[in-house]
Design a protein around this ligand. Sequence first.
Ligand SMILES: *Cc1c(COP(=O)(O)O)cnc(C)c1O
Length: 382
Amino acid sequence: MPRPITATISVDALTHNLEVVRKHVHQAAASAAKTQGRPLAPPSIWAVIKANAYGHGIEQAVRGFWQAQGLALLDLNEAVRCREAGWGGPIMLLEGFFEPADLEVLDRYHLTTAVHHPDQLAILAGNRGSRRLDIFMKLNTGMNRLGFAPDAYRAAYQQALRLRDDGVLNSVGKMTHFANADGPQGVADQMEVFDRITDGLPGPVSVSNSAATLRYPDISLARDDHAAWVRPGCCLYGISPFHDANAASFGLRPAMTLASRLISVQEVKAGAAVGYGSAFIADAPMRVGVVACGYADGYPRHAGTGTPVTVAGVRTRLLGRVSMDMLAVDLTPIPAAGVGAPVVLWGEGGPTVDEVAQAAETIGYELVCALAPRVPVQGRDI
Ligand SMILES: *Cc1c(COP(=O)(O)O)cnc(C)c1O
């Protein structure tokens, strides 16, 4: 028997979460249209599937997000895997391309690309591929990660439009990325820069990640007849981008369930210690379960005593330090649980990945992305 740890990906949950987002932006469009007394198109959705679909697997994501208008990622190999999985729609490269030779891949697999740096524009100008590429010009509105500076953007955009007119490019759009859509600062400052700098420039628009899509859907409604795209990532996997609102409050379902089993049980006396560093000391006799899951599986080592975990359907707590291959849990609330009892580390039937992340002082994104390659991943349709 293989070691009993598995990550199960629910393709149905991915599809469900995409539908939640679709309804959310459609409702925003419908109510804005009512207020403004004119029809307003809802944005199209690029389902963000970078980092192996946040650890969920590219192939599962392609199936789960089949109804999305596009897929967005940043690894060229993953883009090729989407095409091999049968995806014929748009694929957006969020970091653009990395060297001139990449253009051949963009050309062959019909990939849309972000252009965030003058060097990329210069490379595109020399493109002799068979296909006219679709690009989104990225504006740095204040995050200072990727994008043209505001005072350089309009000239660069005009240059891209000339490449379009010269037959090198097909379409040119505008994009930016928010630093604080999940927090109190919000998106207003960056949107002010975006609106001012892109004013009057033609082309489709894309600004919103999960947090902005969920909290500020109105900013992604099509304006001036230009198509709009949102770029939700984490929420499509049932992970909340917010500290102050969980995924279930939006009707989102966890798509990844990390499960294992008890491989040992210890009867521990009062005063005895559990695990490395003796970080947990029992204050009374108790039963301790040992789970086949550790930090080498991607479980966060910083999760300490008290981190929620479910054993045989009952919520309990982690004890002491997480080891490389094992962790200990309190079996006090589950006296009948013995070796072989099912354990859910996060996901369906267990704590949310966001709860575990919070206990480890990180975010749910990091945990699902860090699922270790040694954990077998199974897709299932329900
Ligand atoms: C990762 C990413 C997203 C999605 O972010 P979430 O917070 O997971 O929704 C959107 N846009 C860009 C440019 C990204 O890099």
